[in-house]
Design a protein around this ligand. Sequence first.
Ligand SMILES: [Zn+2]
Length: 161
Amino acid sequence: MRCPSCSTDDTRVVDSRAAEDGASIRRRRACAACNQRFTTFERLEEVPLQVIKRSGEPVPFCRDKIVHGLSSASKGRPIEPEQFAELAADVEESARLEGSEVTSEWVGLAVLDRLRVLDHVAALRFASVYKGFSDVSDFEDELSLIKRASLVKRETPVPST
Ligand SMILES: [Zn+2]
């Protein structure tokens, strides 16, 4: 947070307290350079996230739908239910960075990008449903993407959080 008096970025929080019945937080800040004190408010940004379907119809983003799609693609595969939930939460985080809406295609590809690294067989099944594979060359194309994703994984291991 920049100091309103001298514009330096070096400011620190000296006091925080809940305001508006806990709906926001009020922070007193002090500038390290000129010692100016000022107040900031932190408030929850409640922007609904919409998914635009192929038909153009907007529907609310739903993590459960992603988890459902993942679990049917992952039957019999060594993936824990928590990993589905983590993946869905991660996709939601990325989607919110994109803005207030994403396309259903964007969501499908975001899921697939992450699933490729997690489990090859599940990724192939998910892709065949999601992309609507019509012949064997579609499977071959997806397989090469999966192989590329696993190379990336080997070079830069994703930390498990
Ligand atoms: Zn200052």
